[in-house]
Design a protein around this ligand. Structure first.
Ligand code: FAD
Length: 407
């Protein structure tokens, strides 16, 4: 049995390891870059958040798009399985906050070295600097691939593990989508996800970071997403963990032209009445100051001008001239600081791609096409994605393993 795997990322590498299990197989990886795992190298800020050690229910719940499709693949090759594989190949791991798994060395290169070691031991043939240009499909069967020099290479099975659209300099340029469409597959429109959001943030300085805030994303009156945690203001708008996670639930809507709002509660631990009493006390202490100079204990200085603007209060106004109504508007603004979202950032800032080859036409146990025999898909090219925490790599490992394993 000869298996060709297109793409030497995490999905392609696990597919190759699984495919070489029997011992009799010939397994080839074709990778257009000069080395394997270029995107894997930059994951987790160079530390590689390999997977998440949470229980299977949490892992399933962390999948945003088509979680049910992942059920068999996760069961077949779960978070423990990838940790065993990588540790067995000489790269010990550790578990950090939020059950995130990293290599003990904090170097993604050690994860890549471990996988390369496994590939070598299993005699997988690796063809670097070799770009695949298309598929050989005849009579409803995939029989091999076309190379960029015009030659062809026959195979019994072809696994497309070409990744998606984000961070294109790593090699993910959407080739797999084109081939899937050529093979008759439906490809769900791709949008950048786990991506910062563009918004007009007024005078708030770029780099201002907030911990323990709540962010709600609304489409009109409809609440689309709510989260609690860390948020970052940038020169273009909003970023940070809660915004990146939110983007996975709202990116497609923004891209389709909806006008969404981000509403940030700067003091989520206290309700409006308690906050009002606190503000009143601060006002008592600073009666003769301009309001902009009286809020230092309540708000970071970079936020004061924007909160006052949204509350409709002149920053120069003396505290003893502030009416009860203005104070209440101020309290409302602190609990509902609102920004119009004008877009998402682009592919070069998107950690993942949403959309891809429709799961409806892929067998979830084997990752084989339901339309073309001998054609398989693995990794981000499939229309599956998850929130941050190691779950996207787990999708790549698990679908790669399923695609590589012979039935
Ligand atoms: C900055 C960043 C940080 C991230 N951090 C994390 C993290 O810590 N944890 C996590 O779980 N996820 C993380 N992710 C997401 C994760 O990296 C991806 O989901 C994962 O790499 C997808 O694996 P893949 O094998 O499907 O695709 P890829 O890793 O994109 O690999 C696809 C490979 O196919 C090759 N290829 C494409 N077309 C061809 C062709 N025509 N011929 C030959 N080869 C081809 C490409 O060169 C590439 O090497 C991060 C992503 C980014 C961008």
């Amino acid at each position: 049995m000869k298996t060709i795997i297109v793409g030497g990322g995490p999905a392609g590498m696990t597919a190759a390891i699984a495919a070489s299990q029997g011992g009799n197989s010939q397994v080839h990886i074709y990778e257009k870059n000069e080395k394997l795992g270029r995107k894997l190298f930059i994951t987790g800020k160079g530390r590689c958040n390999i997977t998440n050690a949470a229980d299977m229910k949490t892992v399933m719940d962390s999948v945003v798009t088509n979680p049910k499709f992942m059920y068999s693949a996760f069961r077949g090759f779960d978070n423990n399985a990838i940790v065993r594989l990588i540790e067995g190949a000489g790269c010990p791991t550790k578990v950090e906050r939020g059950s995130r798994v990293f290599p003990v060395s904090d170097h993604s290169s050690d994860v890549i070295k471990a996988l390369e070691h496994e590939l070598r031991v299993r005699r997988v043939r690796i063809h670097l600097n070799t770009e695949i240009k298309g598929l050989l499909i005849r009579d409803g069967e995939c029989r091999g691939v076309k190379l960029s020099d015009g030659s062809t290479e026959a195979a019994d099975r072809v696994i497309i593990a070409t990744g998606a659209m984000s961070y294109q300099s790593t090699g993910s340029t959407g080739d797999g989508y084109r081939w899937a469409a050529y093979a008759g597959h439906k490809v769900i429109e791709t949008v950048p996800a786990l991506v910062p959001l563009e918004a007009a943030v007024g005078s708030i300085p770029s780099g201002l970071s907030l911990k323990n805030v709540k962010a709600d994303i609304y489409d009109g009156d409809k609440l689309l997403y709510t989260d609690f945690g860390e948020l970052l203001f940038t020169h273009f708008g909003l970023s940070g963990p809660i915004i990146l996670s939110a983007s996975s639930y709202v990116s497609r809507r923004i891209r389709s032209g909806a006008f969404l709002k981000a509403v940030i509660d700067l003091k989520p631990a206290i309700d409006e009445a308690v906050l009002d009493a606190r503000v009143l006390r601060d006002f008592e202490k600073n009666r003769n100051k301009a309001i902009k100079n009286s809020l230092g204990e309540l708000l970071l200085s970079g936020l004061i001008a924007e909160v006052l603007r949204q509350a409709g209060i002149s920053p120069e106004k003396k505290v003893n001239e502030i009416t009860k109504q203005e104070r209440q508007s101020f309290v409302k603004a602190v609990k509902n600081l609102t920004f119009d979202i004008t877009g998402t950032r682009g592919w070069n800032e998107a950690i993942i791609t949403q959309g891809g080859v429709s799961t409806k036409e892929i067998n979830p146990k084997t990752m084989e096409s339901r339309l073309v025999r001998g054609l398989f898909f693995a990794g981000e090219v499939i229309d599956v994605d998850a929130v941050t925490g190691g779950f996207n790599l787990q999708i790549a490992w698990s679908t790669g393993w399923a695609a590589g394993s012979e039935e």
